[in-house]
Ligand binder design. Structure first.
Ligand SMILES: NC(=O)c1ccc[n+]([C@@H]2O[C@H](COP(=O)([O-])OP(=O)(O)OC[C@H]3O[C@@H](n4cnc5c(N)ncnc54)[C@H](O)[C@@H]3O)[C@@H](O)[C@H]2O)c1
Length: 254
């Protein structure tokens, strides 16, 4: 897939959470391909180091930071590290998540809290850590990954949907707070994107994918690059007057 080049992203410090695999990996590749200084945080040490090494060997400025995003002190330390290495963060993509399904009646308080920690809490605190850096720059773009799942209403995804809907509320409130500093905050809501993990966990049966495609206006698979292209646009100055929006990338599903 051809990728548009956004001149404003060249040399910009960009942070992607959950960047070692799946959609996040595509985001990291897309920003590296646009000449950004891209830092990415993830639990997966081997995959993260491998991706950073590959991109660096290709001449990109990529830095991997191993980090468990459920640990907010570690998130804060990572954002300070990124600033020390690349300079203030101009774009943050809060991408990491875990779409674990569960029977509603079986969800324990501990499991609910963990779902909030892995899907919601770090989004709030990563943004809190970078807003002062963006104020130093005089601009910034925060892109929060939500999901079409909470809009549509999907069984066994109550905790995930709670977090993903809250991310949109957070997006709207923060956009209002920081707009005067030329910091924009938007949400991206992918539809069904069949990453290797999605295929392994939830879509082993090809007919489930075919059924999903039939619900879309455009019955084609949504690629990780489709999400990355929208994210590049929202991070770049080309979208400078777009804030407090949720953009669905779902082939017209909902
Ligand atoms: N794939 C889809 O169909 C789909 C649909 C709607 C929304 N989304 C959203 O898009 C984003 C990316 O989805 P994906 O399918 O690529 O997910 P994924 O599970 O394949 O990747 C998530 C990444 O986050 C990392 N991660 C998870 N927990 C972490 C933690 N505690 N600390 C650090 N890193 C952690 C994982 O290691 C992984 O690299 C998520 O926010 C997801 O909710 C995906």
């Amino acid at each position: 897939m051809e990728r548009t080049q956004f001149p404003s992203l060249k040399g910009r410090t960009v942070v992607v959470t959950g960047g070692a695999s799946g959609i996040g990996e595509a985001l990291v590749r897309a920003f590296a391909g646009n000449g950004s200084n891209v830092a990415f945080l993830d639990l997966q040490e081997d995959a993260g180091n491998k991706l950073a090494a590959e991109l660096s060997a290709g001449g990109a400025n990529a830095k991997f930071l191993q980090c468990d995003l459920t640990d907010i002190e570690a998130v804060r330390a990572a954002m300070a590290d990124v600033k020390a290495h690349f300079g203030p963060v101009g774009a943050l993509v809060n991408n990491a998540a875990n779409d674990k399904r569960a029977n509603f009646l079986d969800v324990s308080v501990e499991e609910f809290d963990w779902m909030m920690a892995v899907n919601l809490r770090h989004v709030f605190f990563a943004a809190q850590a970078v807003v002062p850096q963006m104020r130093e720059l005089g601009y910034g773009s925060i892109i929060n990954m939500t999901s079409g799942a909470w809009v549509r209403g999907i069984r066994e995804m109550q905790a995930y949907s709670t977090a993903k809907a809250a991310i949109v509320g957070f997006t709207n409130s923060l956009a209002r707070q920081v707009g005067e500093f030329r910091i924009r905050v938007n949400a991206l809501a992918p539809g069904m994107v069949i990453t290797p993990r999605q295929r392994e966990l939830w879509y082993q049966d090809e007919s489930k994918i075919a059924d999903g495609l039939k619900l879309q206006c455009i019955p084609e698979e949504i690629k990780v690059e489709d999400v990355a292209n929208a994210c590049l646009f929202l991070a770049a100055d080309d979208s400078r007057m777009i804030t407090k929006q949720m953009l669905l990338i779902n082939g017209g599903l909902i």
